[in-house]
Design a protein around this ligand. Structure first.
Ligand code: HEC
Length: 122
């Protein structure tokens, strides 16, 4: 019993520290990607106005060679995994202050989870 209460507290703390990632639906995520498609594709040769997102899950930030990133993104030194993408997509300018990505953020956790599930397939 005591252990269960302890685990509950830990889970609550983890949820407060960073937005929890819900289970994602890649099929739905493809439709959510419409919000990104004006600026991003998965074509390594197409990096305008945003860098291509091919293999983005597991990719190091600012690693598309031909792309001119903001200084903030160059210095960010993150690996885009589920957790960093979840935080960045929720609030790009809070996670990477002065990023030049002109996107206000995606407030719905389920949208982010579905989108990340889709990004993993690319
Ligand atoms: C209006 C254009 C625009 C939209 C819409 C947009 N982005 Fe971006 N994105 C950019 C730009 C520009 C950058 C480069 C940011 C920098 O250098 O600071 C970027 C950077 C990124 C990066 C970092 C890439 C890297 O190589 O490190 C990720 C990840 C990303 N965007 C994902 C998304 C996703 C997912 C969406 C949809 C929810 C989205 N973006 C919507 C323009 C956009």
């Amino acid at each position: 019993m005591k252990l269960l209460i302890g685990l509950g507290v830990l889970a609550a703390m983890a949820a407060a520290a960073s937005p929890a990632l819900a289970a994602g639906d890649a099929v739905r995520g493809k439709t959510v990607f419409a919000q990104c498609a004006a600026c991003h594709s998965f074509n390594p040769a197409k990096n305008d106005p945003g860098p291509n997102l091919k293999g983005i899950v597991g990719r190091k930030s600012a690693s598309v060679e031909d792309y001119i990133y903001s200084g903030a993104m160059k210095r960010s030194d993150v690996v885009w995994d589920e957790s960093t993408l979840n935080a960045y997509l929720a609030n790009p300018r809070v996670v990477i202050p002065r990023t030049k990505m002109p996107f206000a953020g995606m407030p719905e956790p389920q949208d982010r989870a579905d989108l990340i599930a889709y990004l993993k397939t690319q």
